[in-house]
Write a protein that binds this ligand. Structure first.
Ligand code: ADP
Length: 506
């Protein structure tokens, strides 16, 4: 490590200390009413970097009331002016980007070079994009049966939006909710994830330099104690959630009795299919990217079921194993590191549980990884290597459940129709990708695959300006693009204007 790096890391730790114990209400970092706190642990060395309030209904109520109060004026700020303020907020984030990325790595254990800096850059980009899109909040005019009646629709903000975010890409998922909601004239209360709250609080604090007090508020705490009352609060008129499928279903239940619209971005058990004509120079790095190994597999879009045609099975095994051996597992804050560590002991145990199942399955092979590192530096944290399995049947829990760890399974196939049916044999329907040179195959795949985010010859992460979301049990609604802002963060009002008395003749 050079001195500059040491300074940034210290600055990030000092910032974590400064933000500790605070929530953000009415434009101010403030103490919470609740007394209990939750420790924030850096998973790289299990050091305590700070703590956040364990909020309950009382703090949620304060935050929602602040947002409700701010709504009456924010909704009347001209849309382009709201957008301009978001863009100024993005400029502020740009100034602080290294600090934000460092704190994100401290919170999450994600590697600074491969994850936290790119995530910070996407966060800024998405904020800017929605700032620009504020001018697109247009309605429609509708032809009228009568010449003197004007019929049109207008898009209005909904009110206070309650957002609940996870820890795996906390910054991007935060602005994916906040930026379109604010651009559309809503105000927001976000509950951060208990494992990675501080980097989000920092981003919110920085954005508040440019936003009016109360439009963007942050609470922290556990799901049942803080997330549930946020969803149920009578003044919260829209809920947006990213997280696990069971919690998404619970959230839909919390808001049902007030008929509050809800957007749910949930999990996946995503297939990648390597056809016999695939270009392996693309497909092999593509599988590794697609598995999101450099985020320790902690991504909803991770392609964890890799169906490989038997004709090139051995070649794929060899190519993937060779490439995995080159990934450097290490300190998340070290620029040399490709892959950091798992977020928490709970998540590490989840990975270990599924590896135990694999070990106890007859015929299963561990092609790469599968053992926790023993080097002293890594043994201290929640590290687990990229792991590749095969020899498992599709009905094995390893192939059915979302592990959310760095574990993928190769599954050989011979027939296209049966592989499509196997790929679709899951309750989830989030992402899918196919590797082929055959355009007709690609089109058949796009037509038949049950997923909301489908790619051919690439397995890129979701990005700004591309609508993203799942079908089946992977979610409801899409985010990250203009249509998501219009569909999910505005309500439409249909208007018919009949002038009544004839116009006076001049
Ligand atoms: P993960 O398993 O990835 O942590 P979760 O769905 O449990 O995913 O958590 C994602 C977010 O949802 C976190 O902010 C968490 O606190 C919140 N959460 C968990 N359970 C509930 C719940 N019952 N109600 C509301 N929010 C919840």
């Amino acid at each position: 490590m050079n001195n500059t790096t040491i300074d940034w890391n210290q600055k990030a730790r000092d910032t974590a200390t400064r933000l500790s114990g605070k929530i953000l209400i009415d434009g101010q970092l403030t103490d919470a009413l609740c007394r209990d706190t939750i420790d924030v642990i850096h998973p790289g060395d299990i050091s305590n970097i700070g703590h956040v309030p364990r909020c309950n209904e009382a703090d949620v109520d304060r935050a929602v009331n602040s947002a409700q109060q701010a709504f009456s004026s924010w909704r009347n700020v001209a849309a382009r002016e709201r957008g301009r303020q978001l863009q100024l907020a993005a400029d502020q984030l740009e100034i602080e980007k290294e600090l934000i990325a460092r704190l994100c790595s401290l919170d999450t254990g994600n590697a600074i070079r491969t994850q936290s800096r790119p995530e910070t850059a996407s966060t800024i980009d998405l904020t800017r994009m929605f700032g620009g899109l504020a001018s697109e909040l247009k309605g429609e005019t509708v032809p009228s049966a009568s010449a003197n009646v004007l019929q049109f629709s207008i898009r209005e903000p909904i009110g206070v939006v309650g957002g609940i975010i996870p820890w795996n890409a906390p910054l991007f998922l935060f602005v994916a909710k906040v930026a379109p909601a604010l651009a559309a004239g809503n105000t927001v209360v976000i509950k951060t994830a208990e494992q990675a709250p501080l980097c989000v609080l920092l981003v919110a604090e920085i954005m508040n330099r440019e936003l009016p007090p109360g439009v963007l508020n942050i609470v922290s705490g556990y799901g049942e104690e803080c997330g549930k009352p946020l969803c149920e609060h009578p003044l919260v008129r829209k809920v947006t959630f990213t997280g696990s499928m069971p919690v998404g279903c619970a959230i839909a239940g919390y808001v049902a009795s007030k008929l509050c619209p809800v957007t749910l971005e949930l999990g996946g058990k995503n297939p990648a299919i390597i056809m016999p004509d695939a270009d392996l120079d693309l497909a092999i790095p593509g599988i590794i990217d697609g598995m999101r190994y450099t985020r320790q597999g902690q991504a909803c879009t991770a392609a964890t079921r890799v169906f490989v045609h038997r004709d090139l099975y051995d070649q794929v095994v060899e190519g993937v194993v060779t490439s995995l051996a080159k990934l450097k597992l290490g300190d998340p804050l070290d620029d040399e590191t490709d892959m950091g560590c798992i977020i928490s002991e709970e998540q590490l145990n989840r990975t270990l549980h599924y590896m135990e199942i694999a070990r106890n399955t007859e015929g299963a092979r561990i092609l790469f990884g599968g053992e926790r590192p023993t080097e002293p530096l890594l043994a201290k944290g929640y590290y687990y290597p990229p792991t590749l399995l095969d020899g498992l049947q599709l009905d094995n829990d390893v192939c059915r459940d979302e592990i959310f760890g760095p574990v993928a399974t190769l599954l050989p196939f011979t027939d296209f129709n049966s592989v499509i049916s196997d790929a679709n044999d899951t309750e989830f329907g989030l992402a899918a990708n196919l590797w082929t040179r055959d355009l007709a195959r690609a089109m058949a795949f796009v037509n038949q695959i049950e997923a909301g985010f489908v790619q051919v010859n690439q397995c890129a992460a979701p990005r700004s300006n591309v609508s993203y979301g799942g079908i089946k049990m992977s979610g409801l609604g899409k985010e990250y693009a203009l249509d998501s802002m219009l569909n999910h963060f505005t309500q439409s009002k249909t208007v018919m204007i009949n002038p009544g008395t004839p116009a006076a003749s001049v």
